[in-house]
Design a protein around this ligand. Structure first.
Ligand code: IPM
Ligand code: MG
Length: 356
């Protein structure tokens, strides 16, 4: 069980240290190897995804990823910006299936900006396609506009596209995930306007024939955004493309009021995966020791479940996290009156202790 540890930038190293601590007390034989990524990769090796980091990620059985990005790299040309590290890893490792659970822990119901009755008990899973769509479609760039009313002007352009097999494989992931949950899938598209997403809808409908026990609903993305804040508990599994999934998963995460709690997995066809917290690198609080390490710790749990088939160990970690919440321990992002405010390291130590 070789794990590539890529802490990255901002709060990445602090939160990763806590997840590593948790992995080390499970009594399993992990081989952990760290490497620079994102801004840290650029600073040390001149590239956000240095060749040695990519080689390590390829040779490992799973990747545990912190977060990338910092204001100081915002002025670099696009190909050198920290975000290219995560996009590059997704593409290079063919991590096409992004699982983003949004779960509201009962202890944290007050953290949501929505009314408790709208969100209490929320448990949805966003299945986002991760290696296609307008994110990677070619051609793209800035060119001289070839025709139409703006002919001769400069224009920026990207290409939205999905191959049939790309849609099929992500649809299978969603239907199979639904089989283990409540049996409902909502496929989110923009079939009323976009050719790519009419095609998406047609293919998802075809794949659905293999899953007679699963209920499939199609929904336009604008309506899905509205329903997510109006009645989020009506959803179970949401499957969608790369761009819509990016947007809706942030929305879903915020329903819980605690993005600092949410893990995610990005899997290839054989369940090799990259695991990362759903939140970003939060450079504004980096180094202060106040970041919430729980999303990274829960990402390690997802890794044990999906890449290593160790559901029992994953459950141990998840229960330990529930236990520290029940003890009233809170990092600043989820702090409420009547609870105990702790720092990053104290939170990590509390999880280790709760593991027994
Ligand atoms: C995410 C992020 C990335 C994305 C960025 C950092 C490239 O927003 O993982 O959702 O757009 O996919
Ligand atoms: Mg995003």
């Amino acid at each position: 069980m070789k794990i590539a540890i890529l802490p990255g930038d901002g709060i990445g190293p602090e939160i990763m240290a806590q997840a590593v601590k948790v992995l080390n007390v499970l009594g399993e034989k992990f081989e952990l190897e760290s490497a620079d990524v994102g801004g840290a990769g650029y600073a040390a090796h001149g590239h956000p995804l240095p060749p040695a980091t990519l080689a390590l990620a390829k040779s490992a059985d799973a990747v545990l990823f912190g977060a990338v990005g910092d204001f100081k790299y915002d002025s670099l040309e696009r190909s050198l910006r920290p975000e290219q590290a995560i996009l590059g890893l997704r593409k290079e490792l063919s991590l096409f299936a992004n699982l983003r659970p949004a779960i509201l822990y009962p202890e944290l119901a007050g953290a949501s900006t929505l009314k408790p009755e709208v969100v209490s008990g929320l448990d949805i899973l966003i299945v986002r396609e991760l290696t296609g769509d307008i994110y990677f479609g070619k051609p793209r760039g800035v060119r001289e506009c070839p025709d139409g009313p703006f002919k001769g002007e400069r224009e920026g352009f990207d290409t939205m596209r999905y191959a049939e097999s790309e849609i099929r494989r992500i649809a299978h992931v969603a239907f199979q995930a639904a089989q283990k949950r409540s049996g409902r899938v909502t496929s989110v598209d923009k079939a009323n306007v976009l050719e790519t997403f009419q095609f998406w809808r047609d293919i998802v409908t075809e794949v659905h024939k293999d899953y007679p026990g699963i209920e499939l609903e199609h929904m336009y993305v604008d309506n899905a955004a509205m329903q997510l804040v109006r009645a989020p508990k009506k959803f179970d599994v949401i499957v969608t493309g790369n761009m819509f999934g990016d947007i809706l998963s942030d929305c879903a995460a915020m329903l819980t009021g605690s993005i600092g709690m949410l893990p995610s997995a990005s899997l290839d066809a054989s369940n090799k995966g990259l695991y990362e917290p759903s939140h970003g690198s939060a450079p504004d609080i980096a180094g202060k020791g106040i970041a919430n390490p729980l999303a990274t710790i829960l990402s390690a749990a997802m890794m044990l479940r999906y890449s290593f088939g160790k559901a029992e160990q994953a459950g141990r970690i998840e229960n330990a996290v529930k236990a520290v919440l029940a003890q009233g321990l809170r990092t600043a992002d989820i702090f409420e009156a009547g609870t105990t405010r702790v720092g990053t390291e104290e939170m990590g130590n509390a999880v280790v202790k709760a593991l027994g």
